[in-house]
Design a protein around this ligand. Structure first.
Ligand SMILES: [Zn+2]
Ligand SMILES: [Zn+2]
Length: 175
């Protein structure tokens, strides 16, 4: 799998070249080469602990996307990526080594180059994890909010003062 092709694909989706995209490309490349193939449906699920640039590379290359519900964001602010394959029933976790960028004071372009030229083992700690992916995305009924009348997923409705309402309406009422 050609790294420059993957960088191109991710960069078109993301909009610019940056170290984050390079990190995501490396994660995606590792995944594809180790039996986690691109996911047209929900074969793969990615659990990411960051919402930075890197995640766009996973969306573009692995097909783990926000819209399909097979991209789960845990808001920990860490460069950790866990990929599960529902087909192969396995999981792997890559986490950026905290010492990786210590080696040299690199600017943005140099960081991209450094990432793409390094051995993967020098960039990430890689471990096989137990197969326990998050549940599949649910298709859920939508109902009208009694206040704003907008269709809202039923699990996101709140009962408040004998009205069923959406979260933004609830927040206005609460004030
Ligand atoms: Zn970026
Ligand atoms: Zn509402």
């Amino acid at each position: 799998m050609d790294i420059s092709e993957l960088m191109k694909k991710a960069t078109i989706f993301h909009g610019h070249i940056c170290p984050g995209v390079a990190i995501g490309v490396l994660v995606a490349k590792y995944a594809i080469e180790n039996g986690f193939e691109h996911s047209p449906d929900e074969e793969l699920v990615a659990v990411v602990e960051t919402d930075n640039c890197s995640v766009d590379a996973l969306q573009a290359i692995l097909g783990t996307t926000f819209g399909k519900g097979n991209l789960i964001h845990r808001d920990y602010g860490k460069n950790n990526f866990t990929i599960f394959s529902r087909k192969a029933k396995k999981g792997v976790r890559l986490s950026l080594k905290n010492t990786f960028f210590d080696k040299q004071k690199a600017n943005r372009d140099e960081r991209v180059k450094l990432l793409l030229e390094s051995n993967l083992e020098d960039v990430f700690d890689i471990e096989v994890v137990d197969y326990n992916p998050p549940p599949k995305a649910q298709i859920e009924e939508s109902i009208s909010c009694e206040i704003c009348k907008e269709l809202t997923m039923s699990s996101r409705m709140i009962d408040y003062q004998e009205n069923k309402m959406c979260i933004p309406c609830y927040q206005k009422f609460k004030k």
